[in-house]
Design a protein. Sequence first.
Length: 264
Amino acid sequence: MTSVPFNGGDAVTMISLELVDFINSRRVEGAPTLVHSDFLKKVPRVLKKDAGKFSHTYIDSMNRRQKCYRFPKRESCLMAMSYSYDLQAAVFDHMTEQELLLAQRAAFAIPQTRADALRLAADLDEQNARLVLENKDLKLRLETSEPTFQAGLTPVQFSRTLNGVNTQRINHFLLESGWIYNAETDPDRSPKYRTRSRARDNYLAETVRSIARPGQKPLQTYSLTLLLAGSIRLHEWYLEQKLPMKSSWDGSLMQRRSYREDLQ
C-alpha cells in the first residue's frame, strides 16, 4: 500500500502486484493462485480505454524494469469486483482504513507557521470532501451490485430493475453504443435487433429460432439476452447516469429485486 500526491495531499493507491497478493491472501481453499501476468491481461478488459492512465513500472528481483499498474481506490475496487463482490468489499474496506491512517498521520504533523496551518486545513478539507464522494459512490456500487448483476435477462427486462430508466429507449441506446444493429431493411416493419461482433460473447448472447410456416420460408427470430459482463456494463452506465431516463425520474439510483415489479 502506497500513497501518492493528490491535489496538495496524499491518496492511497495499490500497485497491481500488491492487489494480486491481496486477492491471493483471501482466496478460498482449493482456488487457483492468481498470477500477476494474467492479472495484467485482464486490466484493459475491465478498465477499457482508461487502463493506460494507470500504467506504472517496478524493479524486479533481477533489477529489471517491469510493467505493472498503480490504481487509486476506485480502480482497485473495480478490478477486485471483476473477481468477486466479496473481494471488492474487502479492498474497499482495506483502502478506506489506510486512508484514515494517512489522514491521522497528516493531522499529527504540527504546522510550524500560520501559512502551513492554513494550507493543512485547506488540504484536509479538500481530501475529506473527496473521500466522502468516493466512498458514497463505491458504497452505492456495493449496495446495488449483486442483485442487479445477473445474466439471462433481455436489456429491456434488465433496465426495468433500475429505477427511473426509460425502458422504451434502451434498444435505441444500445444501437448508438454499437452493441446491436437493426437487420430489418423495411422501415415499415418492426426492428429485428441483432448483436454486433464487438458485443457478442462479451456482453450479449444471441439466440436464433426458426418458426415453420406452411408454404413459406421459415421465420427467423432473434432473442438477445445479457451476459454477466453486459449487466455489469449497463449497471455502470446507470450509476454514471448515461442511460436514457424517464422525465418523471425522481433522481434516486435504486433497484428493484425483479424486473417484474415494474409491470405490477
